[in-house]
Design a protein around this ligand. Structure first.
Ligand code: SF4
Length: 210
């Protein structure tokens, strides 16, 4: 599970457990850690195959009693909502088997609706037990977002803002995060978050996760 060997589906840092359920992503951010590294914190995150719900839950069960976890976070070397149904099934299992004090969080690029046309993504996440969402917004406008994140589809910047609005409306605790780098005007992203009525967090480049 650890190091350059078998890829990690479940990995951890401090009191947070992380779930690496996919390596698919609708962005190709130039700064993405997966362009430069095999993984983080000694965990190899380059999946050879995408895990099933059952495989993720089996791995989760093996580490749940290892320490007192504060949160379980869907994040890793890919966009979790690219596998929305797997994400929802796992979140639902955690909600029903791990107690209400364990926070379930999603780290996302905010493309959930574009990746799952016709679905009510935010409401489904909330119903499955996800309570917090951190949305990466590494651009202060459509142009800088496109240049930095190189999304697969048109209108991605607007899609992220729409996702934030819908997640907030669904009653999820939402924050926008941005990586501190010269290409991003942090103050403008912060102002955007304030306009949308959500929290903002800046992350230093390079660090373990974004
Ligand atoms: S959105 Fe995240 S996982 Fe996808 S390319 Fe960008 S940094 Fe990497």
């Amino acid at each position: 599970m650890v190091g350059d060997g078998e890829a990690a589906i479940v990995y951890w840092l401090g009191s947070s457990l992380y779930l690496n359920i996919t390596n698919q992503c609708s962005n190709r951010c130039w700064f993405c850690l997966r362009n430069f590294k095999q993984g983080v914190g000694g965990f190899n995150l380059k999946l050879k195959t995408e895990p099933t719900t059952a495989e993720v839950i089996t791995e989760l069960k093996q580490v749940l009693t290892m320490r007192r976890w504060r949160e379980v976070v869907f994040t890793g070397f890919g966009e979790p909502t690219a596998r929305l149904d797997v994400l929802l099934e796992i979140a639902d299992w955690i909600k029903h088997n791990c107690g209400s004090s364990l926070i379930i969080r999603l780290d996302t690029n905010g493309h959930g609706y574009a990746l799952n046309i016709g679905r009510n993504v935010a409401a489904e996440l909330k119903a499955a037990g996800v309570s917090k969402i951190s949305v990466s917004l590494n651009g202060h406008d459509a142009t800088t977002y496109s240049e930095n994140c190189r999304p697969d589809f048109e209108g991605a910047f607007e899609a992220v803002l729409d996702f934030v609005n819908k997640a907030k409306a669904a009653g999820l605790e939402v924050e926008i995060s941005a990586v501190r780098m010269p290409e991003v005007d942090i103050e403008k992203v912060k102002a955007l978050a304030a306009t949308l009525g959500v929290a903002f967090r800046v992350r230093d480049y390079i660090q373990c996760f974004w």
